[in-house]
Design a binder for this molecule. Sequence first.
Ligand code: B12
Length: 209
Amino acid sequence: MTLLEQLFQAIVSGKSKDAKALAQQALTEGVRPTELVDRALVPAMADVGEKFKTGVIFVPEMLVAARAMKEAMALLAPHLAAAGISPKYTAVIGTVQGDLHDIGKNLVAIMWKGANFRVLDLGTNVPAEKFIAAIKEHQPHVVGLSALLTTTMPAMAATVQAIRASGTPPVKVLIGGAPINSQFAREIGADGYAPDAATAVDIALQLVA
Ligand code: B12
């Protein structure tokens, strides 16, 4: 098994210590951090999701796999976000109300920091009012909303609507998460959608240009 396959396997089986050690070993051997994310971490979560959907594993196994993913990600974060000197743009990001998934949102936050954004992360299960308060306080250029459940997509729509109606300074709203697509973004009046963290950087930069 290659190192990337071992890392994939460690995450799928929820072995946090192994995942961290293997990620460290890969970095030491010169594997690029983005390659680790794209070829081991993200595919591992996709595999876990498939196993959950088909009843091979249940929530506890999904939880330990997520923990292993986070451990590996924490190790990679400083390498992904090259320290920008003084951030040029400000972004607020959070997972919408009712939704506790944060791995993808965290990855977007890391990549935005790497692209020289100051990022205020409001966490998960964030009500619209909290987004609005943060926009008023920090006047960001971009707001990122994440949703991983089909059942929290309406909360995303309601959040966009509440931001637009709140009288905050105009702000670009960018949305993402596994069930989201560009058509949904158009329907709910968001300014953009990105399917992954790398594209989230490109779209955010386009929106603020
Ligand atoms: C890990 C996980 C969990 C963990 C979350 C841990 C954590 N801290 O995040 C735990 C165990 C807590 C969990 C709980 C639940 N989960 Co869950 N979970 C997953 C799983 C396996 C992986 C998600 C993930 O981290 N992916 C990896 C990241 C990197 O990808 P991502 O999140 O998609 O993010 C990328 C893009 O979408 C995008 N992106 C994401 N956010 C944003 C934001 C912006 C602004 C932009 C531009 C882009 C962007 O960029 C990211 C990076 O490339 C998915 C399966 C899947 N394939 O998605 C199921 C999944 C999302 N869960 C599911 C379900 C059903 C649940 C539960 C309801 C289970 C239950 N019965 O309790 C609960 C709900 C809890 C809640 N209220 O939120 C279902 C949802 C089904 C549906 N149609 O809605 C899925 C799809 C599994 C399945 N196949 O059935 N889950």
